[in-house]
Design a protein around this ligand. Sequence first.
Ligand code: PLP
Length: 359
Amino acid sequence: MTIIDLRSDTVTLPTQAMRDVMASAPVGDDVYGEDPSVNLLEDDMAKTLGKEAGLFIASGTMGNLVALLAHAGRGDEVILGDLSHTFLYEGGGVSALGSIHPHQLPNEVDGTLDPRRIQLALRNPDDPHAPRTRMIVLENTHNRCGGIALTAQYCNQVAQIAGENGLIMHLDGARLFNAAIALGCAITDLTHPFDSVTVCLSKGLGAPVGSVLCGSRAFIHEAHRMRKLVGGGMRQAGILAAAGLYALDHHVERLAEDHKNAATLARGISQIDGLHCPQAEVPATGAWTNLVYFSVDGAAIGRPQLDAIELSKRLKAQGVLAHALGSDGKKIRMVTHLNIDSSDIEATLATLRSCLSGT
Ligand SMILES: *Cc1c(COP(=O)(O)O)cnc(C)c1O
């Protein structure tokens, strides 16, 4: 049985061409700053994102942590979304390791934080009862909000509030290339409002490991210290950086294909009784990318026992892997990526139809 793995875009395997450049990459000791492949990746990514400098980091989680450690200190407050990856899925590292106080605001359906709520969340810096508001973190694309891309216009609006109040802006851009491709804008339009940006190489870009954190030279200098502090200094890391360089050259434009496949999947799902996929509709703001979330309503088709967990089990038995999530047992996530083509999407829809029509 062939497996169609739609759990995440992190499941991609390096292509032979990517493995070849990794195997022959020039390397050195990166803790001494002597790995040419790491240095090249950091420079390339910084240029691509319109920032002064970059830092190769083992993971997106570590990238966000290092960024926050470099920007904020003990008791400082960070404003972020209640559905943000940093708040939900990074082990609480911001507070556990950074002594930084998270102030979560509700994410709107389009992944944004309401600027009026941000304004109201700002602390009075002269009030000794209050923590100091230090920074704002946004996420683009927004994972839990359906992989929706936030527009540059929105990010600029938040940056204006940050500027007026002396706050730092950090972007969790794990899938930022997806956002730029889906919105059809320059990636620098999306990074310009931010002081620092993390991007993942190991998601849609298809590299096995790594993220790059970018920002000003002074910020990266501090982030470098923080990366060492959390044990993230790697040695001949150029073997990994080479995969990232290859991905930047070969796997960015093709993200459009993942988005097309995801849109086909969303439309197909919305036509199946018992499934509900809001992503079949064009969003009011932003754009959908490569993540498809849908809910399962077995009761609507007279099969109340069929919830997301049950459906994902049945899919798995037929070779389609998806992610059931949420405490309500209703939602499933499917993600398109490098190793999924349009025939896999057709096969997945056929499997879904058969799971929903059987008994
Ligand atoms: C995956 C992800 C991360 C973390 O990346 P890892 O490399 O898995 O640690 C951060 N933010 C978002 C939005 C993500 O989807």
